[in-house]
Design a protein around this ligand. Structure first.
Ligand SMILES: [Zn+2]
Length: 185
């Protein structure tokens, strides 16, 4: 083996090594891009889901129903003022209006009762969710006897807390509470 042969063999193996490295690098980059792409798709999917969940929330449903009631009301008014519309047309629209209104009222009742159930788990001032609820009992001596005293502690995400039914720290929340889209019938 001449010096020259050894030299070229070394060059070839170095080149081979570089090519392998480059190929590996490409594969890694492609995998990374594919992962990023998948993540992007996941995020888009989750965003869609969130938008859908938001559009299905009771408030928005109630709002949609309220809008429908309004539409029907307008239509009934229009039919009444329109001389050519028949009595039957008006009656049919009035029936539709009545149904939509009943539906809206029922939904409002459901939303209100759900709120009431939830209210125990929300800050009474701002509606922030409950963060901690703990119960513990304490043994205290009372007139020579040991008795169990129950304590409870509730803390909300806004800072409001209640100890044994008495406010313990103030609410720092800004979110306003209240039932939107209550349908007035
Ligand atoms: Zn609060």
């Amino acid at each position: 083996m001449t010096i020259e042969t050894i030299f070229w063999t070394q060059i070839a193996s170095i080149l081979g090594f570089l090519v392998t490295l480059f190929v590996l690098y490409r594969i890694l980059v492609e995998q990374k891009e594919a992962t990023i792409q998948t993540q992007k798709e996941n995020i888009a999917y989750l965003k869609d889901q969130l938008a859908e969940a938001k559009s299905q929330s009771p408030d928005i449903l109630a709002q949609k129903l309220a809008n429908r009631v309004k539409l029907f009301e307008d239509e009934v008014k229009r039919l009444e003022s329109d001389k050519s519309s028949t009595e039957e047309q008006i009656k049919a629209k009035e029936a539709e209006l009545h149904n939509a209104r009943t539906e809206a009222e029922n939904l409002t009742k459901q939303v209100l009762s759900a709120r009431e159930l939830l209210s125990d788990f929300q800050c009474p001032h701002c509606g922030a969710p409950l963060a901690v609820r703990e119960y513990h009992s304490e043994l205290v001596e009372y007139q020579g006897r040991e008795i169990d005293v129950e304590h409870d502690h509730s803390a909300y995400e806004c800072g409001y807390s209640v100890v044994d039914g008495k406010p313990n720290s103030p609410c720092k929340g800004k979110r306003s509470r209240g039932v939107s889209a209550v349908v007035s019938a």
